[in-house]
Ligand binder design. Sequence first.
Ligand code: SF4
Ligand code: SF4
Length: 250
Amino acid sequence: MDLQHCNSCGDCLIACPLSAIQGILESREFDKDSLVYNDSYTPLIKELLIYKKRGVTTVRSESTLDNQKWIKVINNANDILVKLDENTIKLNENREEKELTRRAFFSSLRKEGYQLAKNMTPATWKMEAKKWNITRYFPDYQFFQVRLEQEKCTFCQMCFSFCSQKVFILHEGFLQVENEKCVNCYDCRDICPENALKIELKINKKYIAQHPFHTKNCQTCGKMFSTFDPNIQKCPICHDRDPEWLSPYQ
Ligand code: SF4
Ligand code: SF4
């Protein structure tokens, strides 16, 4: 697994029939309302945002936190929390207590943090993969913007069926795009043969886009097709047919 390219959409966890992917939250330790710092991993921004909504207020470190990766992730998560009108995650460094209470500190982490850790360890959210969907915790917001370029789209509907989150919903006469459901998996963008989709990381108040479309009969082959462009009279197949080729309809 190339973690450089993983954007933590969680799709693989949900899709794998054998639960072969354990996930990215391998060994997290919690103490009451704190995530305990550990240099063996760097949390994801999304992960911190979810912990925040599940009760974590602080990152606790037994000494001065100088891990730049952690600091960067905490700062980025806090920037997003400000945009979301939420309190930020605090940093709690137990510098003075380090020598005196180190043993007691870890003992208490194990004992008192057990229940919270139990609630947040991978086994739990792996079984309930929907908990990995961030908009579940921030229902008034969308984190990704699905941009559909209507002039490129041929209405092949591949993206509609490939989207595991049901972001695209066809109604009579219009396509509804429910941005808040998007988990940034890129399946739709990758499957689109016309390069008509873009997914942007953009935090906004929830917005459901509606794209009106037209259903017509192709003036060449007579078959029914749909298009966003009211001026198009031919289905995509007839539209793209090389005029030098013998048409089967004439
Ligand atoms: S809209 Fe595209 S990127 Fe978003 S969840 Fe659906 S398939 Fe994935
Ligand atoms: S896959 Fe691309 S061309 Fe096909 S309906 Fe979706 S956006 Fe349009």
